[in-house]
Ligand binder design. Sequence first.
Ligand SMILES: *[C@@H]1O[C@H](CO)[C@@H](O)[C@H](O)[C@H]1NC(C)=O
Ligand SMILES: *[C@@H]1O[C@H](CO)[C@@H](O)[C@H](O)[C@H]1NC(C)=O
Ligand SMILES: *[C@@H]1O[C@H](CO)[C@@H](O)[C@H](O)[C@H]1NC(C)=O
Ligand SMILES: *[C@@H]1O[C@H](CO)[C@@H](O)[C@H](O)[C@H]1NC(C)=O
Length: 458
Amino acid sequence: GDTKASSQTKEQFIELKNTFAVKLKRRRSVGQQKGGTLLGITVFVCVEKGLKLKDQAIHLSNLSEDHCDMWFRHIKDILNGFQNRPKSLKVIVNPHSHKKESTQIYHEHIAPLFKLADIKTDITITEYEGHALSLLKECDLQDVEGVVCVGGDGSASEVAHGLLLRAQMDAGRDTDSIFTPVRAPLPLGIIPAGSTNILAYSVLGIKHPVTAAMHIILGRLQPVDVCTFSSHSQLLRFGFSAMFGFGGRTLALAEKHRWMPSNQRRDFAVIKTLANLKSEDCELSFLPLQNPKLLTQEYNRCLPKTNNTDQWKTIQGHYLNISIMAIPCLCSVAPRGLAPNTRLDNGSMALIAVQNTSRADFIKHLKRYGSLKNQFNFPFIETYTVQEVKVRPRPRSGWPDDIAEENVDFHSRRSSVISTEGAYPWNVDGYLMEIASEVHIRIHPQLINLYGRNIEDF
Ligand SMILES: *[C@@H]1O[C@H](CO)[C@@H](O)[C@H](O)[C@H]1NC(C)=O
Ligand SMILES: *[C@@H]1O[C@H](CO)[C@@H](O)[C@H](O)[C@H]1NC(C)=O
Ligand SMILES: *[C@@H]1O[C@H](CO)[C@@H](O)[C@H](O)[C@H]1NC(C)=O
Ligand SMILES: *[C@@H]1O[C@H](CO)[C@@H](O)[C@H](O)[C@H]1NC(C)=O
């Protein structure tokens, strides 16, 4: 950070709630480790410029050992008293994200801040996809007060999934059947260092690693809604957003070209999928958002699950692209978000379905995301506010409707053919999930805390 000497004449205020470290300042010669002439104390504060947070060192000159020591201890006591601020973190770095910058970003810009704030860190550099998940399933999290992920959406989503899965395991939940998940006990911090950073962007409003670090250090928590994705009542994944159709196919194609640099790969996949635009014949069943109070009570398990069977709605058609999002999904190309009509933490999901239309109109729709209003003002787009959705693709080649569904045993030979050849790509927070049958998505209000803020309130 910057160093700024306090002027003798100008008064300056330092808010203790924005202060995160204090040091005694001494003049030392090169290589000298101890002692030296006392110059005063330096306090480190977080300064805000719009959404951007930065660290700043403020030096207070004073040559008295007793005086400085008293101030040093006093400020230290106050800092130690802030309850939400983590004292130890598990840090998971994906060294392969984007331009392979994350290790450098962490060591150069983030680790020194954590050290200054006296936060103990235990770092794992991941070695393969799925490493973070297997680590979180079994590592000792007893003395950790938060988990930090350095990477893009793929890494962040894997860590969020891992944290939530671990919470269910620790609570003895059977994830093989429809269940009410328990909250993640540990908050998650995301240091954006990937090629897409929608998750980080949604709680920071900006792609800026130091801003993320400052929210973590100051312990600023934002509760966030999470979805469960399941099929045949089996949990597949925890996540925040999903795309089916165009969004899923684009990701599947990009994954097949991993050898390309990440930005190039995405553009290539978008262009190629657009050129080969295809609609998906499917049935969408959804439960429109009910009384939010009931939802919260159900979530707190004060009430048995309400019987909503008669309120489900079903629509059917040929869809080009379907988004199901629990959070607004802010990003640089969509400043109001890919799902501007939902909130981070209010217990609802946006279901946005794009019906078959011409390529030109579909492109017009995609471009409209960049504007500030009327994103969905096209006759071929339907939007709903929902709490549950089932997406059931109708098999392309004239198979009976239900073979990928209930009668797995009876049709086992044929349904395994479907699941290898007829799997549909889903994009869940940038993670590719290939599923042949119906996917059931449910929202769980405020299931995890992320370090950050609600951009809406800003
Ligand atoms: C469709 O796909 C694009 C790109 O993959 C995505 O950004 C967009 O939000 C998706 N959703 C809708 C409803 O068009
Ligand atoms: C959440 O916010 C959206 C958009 O403002 C609104 O449509 C929805 O009803 C809200 N959900 C709840 C549970 O209040
Ligand atoms: C829920 O309601 C439906 C129709 O309203 C009924 O058929 C079903 O038996 C009910 N289920 C339970 C568990 O009460
Ligand atoms: C989708 O729309 C395009 C362009 O309007 C049309 O050529 C195509 O046949 C439609 N596909 C389906 C399955 O309706």
